[in-house]
Design a protein around this ligand. Structure first.
Ligand code: ATP
Ligand code: MG
Length: 405
């Protein structure tokens, strides 16, 4: 195919007045990071759009890679030509060849952004449409529901001819809405919650609690792999691995089996909040989904959440499991998440965890644990930080072409 350029259009953040240029710059750098594997490609920012010059690189893989970058509303692979009728007509014929299936109907939608160009939009529709029709006599024009809408955009520097408008990931450029800590377990939910938070422009640092040696080396590798998969969407991600064995053992020794999960979650939140403070994060993101398990009843969420001062963001709170799984598959985290290695929570999981914990009872128990604060402090100090980079997977194996959510 003769596509030589990709046009990238921005999403809703363009409404953001004064912040616009900051957002655009950020997105430009995210796009360059995403395209680092293609050194021949050149990205140029111009009037609220980004043009990616393919310089011979096949467009499909590049489009797929770009579809993972937050802040992009849509993108189109484009054939460029001189802004001159003859050249535009030839380019339009080439663009019609791009289709695997033979279209039966089409229409031309021309836009004259360069007002000095000799033909206006309506004239261009006819001049280009008529030319394409003569070359493809089996086609007919359908202005309402054409198989193909051939778009022609005439600018001073070039004309752009395209028919595909692919959806981007949407949202805000990564990191333009501040930073949050993501509580990343080895499960299905929290990586999806992380991705949704990232798409909203939040920079994410992940926090994972492990109970080594009760939890295995594989469990650690699994969460590293999940963080790596998330880093594909951000460029890189910090992962804090927090030793939780001591606290967990202390909590288990109280013998309040049914409150174990509640107590663990609260301790995790305390630690995460301190890490947030140290690293300049202003929120905590979790994979909680209302009613999914005992710790996610409204009462549990309330008793657990009370321990934190920072806002708790729960992107999945109202989502059904099937929808969450669909995201996980799309993001390529699902297969990793369902690996069977034990999480620190499954280890000590009680037979009947309370779905209705009482805040005063829980606080009372915690007050008996005299050195809880010290243990929390020690866990924060003992956290190991990894800087996770995406693996070099080829764009062809990434998310497919179909719509993002
Ligand atoms: P997930 O699929 O994300 O593990 P889940 O449905 O299994 O979620 P829980 O195990 O109750 O639910 O966990 C709820 C949330 O608490 C998780 O989504 C995650 O944000 C946080 N969490 C649980 N365990 C850990 C852990 N070991 N390290 C970090 N965060 C955790
Ligand atoms: Mg879990």
């Amino acid at each position: 195919m003769d596509y030589n350029l990709i046009i990238i259009r921005f999403g809703e953040f363009t409404l953001k007045g004064r912040n616009r240029s900051r957002f655009e710059k950020r997105m430009f750098s995210q796009i360059r990071t995403a395209l680092a594997a293609y050194p021949g490609i050149e990205a140029v920012m111009d009037y609220g759009r980004i043009y990616v010059h393919l310089n011979g690189e096949p467009y499909r893989n590049v489009c797929e890679r770009l579809q993972s970058v937050f802040g992009i509303a849509t993108l189109s692979p484009v054939i460029t030509s001189e802004p001159e009728l003859g050249a535009i007509r030839e380019a339009s014929l080439k663009a019609m060849k791009a289709f695997d299936s033979t279209p039966r109907t089409f229409k031309v939608t021309a836009r004259r952004a360069w007002k000095e160009f000799e033909h206006n939009s309506q004239e261009m529709n006819n001049l280009v449409g008529g030319f394409v029709l003569r070359a493809h006599p089996w086609l007919s024009v359908d202005v309402h529901k054409p198989d193909i809408e051939l778009r022609v955009e005439v600018r001073k520097e070039a004309a752009y001819i395209f028919s595909e408008v692919m959806p981007g990931a949407g949202g805000y450029p990564y990191g333009t809405n501040g930073k949050a800590m993501l509580m990343l377990s080895g499960g299905i939910d929290s990586p999806v919650a992380g991705w949704l938070a990232m798409r909203r422009g939040l920079e994410i640092e992940a926090v994972h609690f492990h109970s080594y040696p009760f939890t295995s080396e594989q469990a650690r590798d699994k969460v590293i792999e999940l963080a790596r998969k998330l880093s594909f969407y951000s460029g890189s991600i910090k992962l804090h691995l927090v030793p939780f064995t001591e606290i967990q053992t202390a909590l288990a020794s109280i013998n309040k089996d049914n409150l174990m999960i509640t107590l663990m979650r609260r301790a995790m939140l305390r630690i995460t909040e301190q890490l947030a403070q140290r690293h300049g994060a202003l929120a905590i993101v979790t994979g909680d989904s209302l009613g999914q398990v005992a710790s996610q009843t409204l009462t549990s969420l309330n008793v657990i959440g009370r321990v934190a001062d920072l806002p708790l963001l729960r992107p999945l709170i109202m989502m059904d499991k099937q929808d969450i799984i669909a995201y996980a598959e799309k993001l390529d985290t699902y297969e990793t998440s369902i690996l069977p290695y034990e999480d620190c929570c499954t280890l000590f999981v009680p037979k009947s965890p309370s779905t209705n914990p009482n805040l005063r009872v829980v606080e009372k128990i915690e007050s008996i644990l005299a050195d809880l604060d010290m243990m929390v402090e020690a866990a924060v100090e003992g956290a190991e930080v990894l800087d996770i980079q995406p693996s070099q997977r080829s764009a062809a194996t990434d998310a497919g072409e179909d719509d993002w959510f």
